[in-house]
Design a binder for this molecule. Sequence first.
Ligand code: SAM
Length: 200
Amino acid sequence: MGRLKRIRNFYIPWLKSEKSNAKKLAWDSRYNQLIRFQVLIDNIELSGKSILDVGCGLGDLCSYILEQGIDVDYTGVDILAEMIADAQKNCPVGNFICADIFKDKKVFGTKRFDVVFASGTFNLKLGNNEIFIAEMVKRFSEFSREYFAFNMLHERSSDFMDTYFYTNPEKISRIIAPYANRIKIIDDYLKNDFTVVCQK
Ligand SMILES: C[S@@+](CC[C@H](N)C(=O)[O-])C[C@H]1O[C@@H](n2cnc3c(N)ncnc32)[C@H](O)[C@@H]1O
């Protein structure tokens, strides 16, 4: 089964449910979704910056940044058109685009963003995750001017599920090394997650 089909098959049934946004995106809880956002925004000075949120889902990071009173120029991109339609309703000040950035390298033309974020974008097992991550990191580097930062499921997790992809900071640091001047790993906020902040 192709990557897009896997992603669609996983998220679309949840999207049609009456659940909270966090549950529709398959997060364990809203707390677990928001703490990931908080770690991303705690580690980069965002005020006045342009932000690209890759795999933006329902636009919750856009709403969260606004709620913190931080003024940013936010763009969200997601592979699923249904996510983008709902994200635009949830956070009308954001600019939302439907694209697969793995395939569509030129979606932003020559535009660059100060910061690129991705929260939960690598969670699903796709059969070729290491290649997918390496290619996505290359894109994050191309699209960003100052920083890119993302989180991943940690292999020390105590409740492994076959649907998800788990890894560790050492493996991911090796993939990122060619693209970053400084790499910061944060892995003290949830047992099953870690965040990588890359300064260019
Ligand atoms: C777990 S959800 C997280 C959504 C949001 N970042 C959040 O934390 O609320 C992962 C999202 O990544 C999107 N995604 C996965 N691969 C993608 C790709 N290659 N390009 C754009 N979006 C992608 C999925 O469609 C899904 O909406």
